[in-house]
Design a binder for this molecule. Structure first.
Ligand code: HEM
Length: 40
């Protein structure tokens, strides 16, 4: 049996068997927020 938590479990959106499904959305939101701030 592999360990329940891999040593890479601190990766922001998860790594391995369970991963975040909101990753692409969250990364896009980050870009939009940055663009809004830079427009000021
Ligand atoms: C900066 C934003 C976000 C971060 C850092 C993040 C991070 C994570 C992490 C670490 C996990 C756990 C992975 C694991 O179990 O090992 C996770 C799971 C999940 N995330 Fe996110 N997340 C973010 C945004 C979102 C958004 C915006 C949504 C939905 C719109 C979302 C939906 C989910 C769902 C449904 C799971 C469970 C997936 C599963 O257990 O199969 N997340 N996320």
């Amino acid at each position: 049996m592999p360990p329940a938590q891999a040593s890479t479990s601190a990766a922001p959106f998860g790594i391995g068997q369970r991963q975040c499904i909101g990753k692409e959305f969250a990364l896009m939101e980050g870009q939009l927020i940055l663009a809004r701030l830079l427009q000021r």
